[in-house]
Design a protein around this ligand. Sequence first.
Ligand SMILES: O=C(O)CC1=CCC(=O)O1
Length: 258
Amino acid sequence: MSAVKLHRVEQGPRDGPVVVFGGSLGSDLRMWEPQVAPLVERGFRVVRYDTRGHGASPVPPGPYELEDLGADVLALLDELGVERAHHVGLSLGGMTGMWLGVHAPERIASLVLCCTSARLGPPSMWADRARTVRAEGTAAVAEAGVGRWLTPGYRERHPDRAEFLRAMIAAVPAEGYAACCGAIERMDLLDLLPKITAPTLVIAGAEDPATAPAEHARPIAEGIPGARLEVVADAAHLGSYERPGEFTRLILDHLERA
Ligand SMILES: O=C(O)CC1=CCC(=O)O1
């Protein structure tokens, strides 16, 4: 499949180092709002995009593969005239980042891989979820999604933010969400990780029920030469949103050293 033109929002100085942000299944680029101002203040050109099938990006009919998502980001860089960029991705965005690190190393200055996995099974779970979404819409999986994204304590303290995120998931086009489930179902990057040469920071949420640190973040950090792992306390799957101070500090520190 050919690349699609991703919806994106750019902020920060045109001549700053470019940082591209890719989000989770079920999200749109608003999930990165807490990170924008701190990075722009430090002189970075921040580019947030909606994954194909999500937000305001095109929704081509499935199936999608991870290489389609990676090719979309490369087309975005080409369109912006950007030779090399840092890539910060969470979950599906992190999988796309790993794909880029393996297949387009010359375009990737560094990687930040948040709350993600190099192999996320069981495949039947993704096939079941895609079937549910195609039959009933994304609203049918939105409540459970927020349950994985946020810790129970955060939801109790911030019901308005939990509702904002529930509505974000429910607004994702069903075909886009389901086709991305298929891409995750067939993704297997584990054996390719040693090929990644970009300086890499892996960040996990200690309470993440979807990509638990021991099962998912640790194998990534062990597989990528020189990668560093940080585990953030009191964070579930959407750690960058729930614990923005800690995640942003780690991201900035990595970008400024890379
Ligand atoms: O919704 C989930 O189960 C969590 C998740 C896995 C990949 C992704 O992007 O989100």
